[in-house]
Design a protein around this ligand. Sequence first.
Ligand code: COA
Length: 200
Amino acid sequence: MKTKIVVEPWATSAAGRAGIGRLAGDAEARACAEMMSSSDPWVFFGRTFEQCLARVTNPGGEVWVAREDGIARGFIILVLQGAFVGYIQVVCVAADARGSGLGSRLVRFAEERVFREFPNVFLCVSSINPRARQLYERLGYTLVGELDDYLVRGHSEFLMRKSAGPLAEFRPESERGERASCLLPAGVSPDGGDELPTKM
Ligand SMILES: CC(C)(COP(=O)(O)OP(=O)(O)OC[C@H]1O[C@@H](n2cnc3c(N)ncnc32)[C@H](O)[C@@H]1OP(=O)(O)O)[C@@H](O)C(=O)NCCC(=O)NCCS
């Protein structure tokens, strides 16, 4: 009898090899800031390395880094307080690692983290970045509204949301006594290789 070997498409990709964990140390913060400041949309909006570093090291954000062989290949910053709690502030993948599923994996990771405690994930995407908007739409985000002339005149930020349900019906994982992943939208699943904390 023949054994059928199924090779998952992600198994050999950067996304398949990377593990996701909290930002670790100054050198990694600088590597993330470099990744960000050398890429659109931040180049387009004139963000300097120092400004990006300030964003990466801001204690108000929770930074998760996808590493391959210990090297940062992408990262995501979450804001878990204030209005629009559960906000993905930044998602960035190294230019030579794009298109392998790593960005999608970072976003799904962030969703798992947020949906443990809050029923919505929010993000903004610039009108100069239609490919990223398409990615978010594919991942289940819908348009909330357009903030025109928001960062610079003549361009908009699109506020998008993915929801697990109304606030009034949502119970955080700590009150549910079960893994949030049981309640996540289809396609969002825990990833054993990553470091999602049991309690923050
Ligand atoms: C957007 C981004 C995080 C996606 O990460 P990724 O690992 O390339 O994403 P995936 O492999 O999971 O999905 C690929 C999709 O990402 C989007 N994408 C790919 N390269 C992109 C780029 N340079 N800029 C924006 N979106 C891009 C496309 O929708 C692509 O699908 P397509 O090939 O069918 O067009 C990554 O491309 C990136 O860091 N871009 C530059 C920074 C950026 O735009 N961040 C988002 C700010 S809102």
